[in-house]
Design a protein around this ligand. Structure first.
Ligand code: UDP
Length: 458
């Protein structure tokens, strides 16, 4: 029971898609809301709930219908999403009902844009619903246009480039794989398009980006799809900015080898190592893995490479043992700890959107090696638009060869372009911090949301 005079806190339930790249920014948003005085609860699947450790944020289980093993149990994205809609709608509704008769009835559901059905659940209960898009605004701009027929598949190219308002001309290698002629994942494409089916009825649309980073991209779509940019959703401790401090994301679907990584990093000189990670989903071919492995080794720089347990047997035989001092393989780590360690000089990344924002916000030059989905577009921005890194060329078979890896590492670590990249990196790091600091563009958007939900006291 609230005591007399005690102010009521609005309660927001935050619902992520249960993968690492979606839980991280949505949980971070929940933490940010809690730090601004709201009550925030993360609603996540029974399978992932045990991986969340976030003080100040409540955690509640809901069901995707695969409570034992989650996505792995479903076998396919289409089956998983259908089941999630059915079981998720019911259990999210039950969760909202559970809080009805308490001091903390739910005022708003902030849902991952992959779950447009969550808006219907919120509306059935007469509460607010806000869609949270975890990808870049450039990507939303493209998929929104496809959804409403302003762009059509197959895409029309003019002088080999696709022209989208607000975006630079995109060549075929810059496009999300789901809409290239060769990258067919129909279930993922359908999901990307379905995100927009009811955003016109959402009370807010949030994008994990910031005004300075994607001003044109947001302006190019704002009349049709008015997203509020509230990012980068990166724990503020690592950005050293003027807002409440929060440490790690607070969610880890794999066990991080933090001490081993830190101990290894501590033995290295400033800006001397490469940090390599392909995120939580990309699976490299054995051939690609081998090329990258030998390329990294030939570059002569020590490197820390995150290779998930399921990928380990693709490493060349004896590779790890060939130079134990300079090759550190970890099955998972706290990526932000590594990126902000003084020894880290370059981030070899698949350009998942979170990793891209993390590299940009912590000021680490990048080598973008995109493999699928939106990563190709992000890699184009990293190299050509923000100038914070380089992107290796692939051969006709789509493989990045070892010589290309060596060339890119040299370019970023000591080549002619490294000074210019360094200047750009500093600029974007500053702008990212500014956006989420008190009074920054993203912080103001979050404050407006918080004020709207906070009950007025007369
Ligand atoms: N990550 C991490 N440890 C690792 C590798 C990745 O904590 O060893 C985190 C990383 O900080 C990021 C997320 O996992 O927040 C990956 O999201 P991203 O969008 O970059 O890629 P995805 O995994 O969705 O492809």
């Amino acid at each position: 029971m609230k005591m007399e005079g005690e102010q009521h806190r609005a309660h927001v339930v935050v619902l992520p898609y249960p993968s690492q790249g979606h839980i991280n920014p949505l949980l971070q948003f929940a933490k940010r809301l809690a730090s601004k005085g709201l009550k925030a609860t993360l609603a996540t699947t029974r399978y992932t709930v045990k991986s969340i450790h976030a003080p100040n944020v409540g955690v509640e289980p809901i069901s995707d219908g695969f409570d034992e093993k989650g996505f792995a149990q479903a076998g396919s994205e289409a089956v998983f999403l259908k089941s999630f809609e059915e079981h998720g709608s019911r259990t999210l509704s039950e969760l909202i009902e559970k809080y009805l008769s308490t001091d903390d009835p739910v005022a708003c559901v902030v849902y991952d844009s992959f779950f447009p059905w969550a808006l219907n659940v919120a509306k059935q209960h007469g509460i607010f619903g806000a869609a949270f898009f975890t990808n870049s605004i450039a990507i939303s701009n493209i998929f929104y246009r496809l959804h409403c027929g302003l762009l059509k598949l197959p895409l029309e190219f003019h002088d080999e480039a696709l022209l989208v308002p607000g975006l630079p001309p995109l060549n075929s290698r810059d496009l999300p794989s789901f809409i290239r002629s060769s990258g067919s994942y129909p279930a993922y494409l359908a999901m990307k398009l379905r995100q927009f089916t009811n955003t016109d009825k959402a009370d807010w649309i949030f994008g994990n980006s910031f005004e300075a980073l994607e001003y044109e991209e947001a302006k190019g779509i704002s009349d049709l799809w008015p997203a509020k940019l509230i990012g980068p959703m990166v724990p503020s401790t690592y950005l050293d900015c003027r807002i409440a401090k929060d440490n790690a994301y607070g969610a880890s679907l794999w066990k991080p080898l933090n001490i081993e990584c830190t101990n290894w990093l501590e033995t290295k000189l400033p800006n001397s190592i490469l940090y390599v990670s392909f995120g939580s989903m990309v699976s490299l071919t054995a051939e690609q893995m081998e090329e990258i492995a030998w390329g990294l080794k030939e570059s002569g720089f020590p490197f820390l490479w995150v290779v998930r347990p399921s990928e380990l047997d693709k490493l060349p035989q004896g590779f790890r043992e060939s130079d134990q001092e300079n090759i550190m393989i970890a099955t998972w780590c706290n990526q932000l700890e590594v990126l902000t360690h003084r020894a880290t000089g370059c981030f070899v990344t698949h350009c998942g959107w979170n990793s891209t924002l993390e590299g940009l916000s912590t000021g680490v030059p990048m080598i973008g090696v995109p493999r699928w989905a939106d990563q190709f577009t992000n890699a184009k921005y990293v190299e050509e638009i923000w100038g914070v890194g380089v992107r290796p060329k692939e051969d006709e078979e789509g493989v990045v060869r070892r010589q290309e890896v060596v060339k890119c590492v040299n370019e970023v670590m000591r080549g002619e372009r490294s000074n210019e990249i360094e200047r750009n990196v500093r600029k974007w790091m500053g702008l990212a911090k500014e956006a989420i600091s008190e009074g920054g563009s993203s912080d103001r958007c979050i404050n407006e949301f918080v004020e709207h939900l906070t009950p007025r006291v007369n």
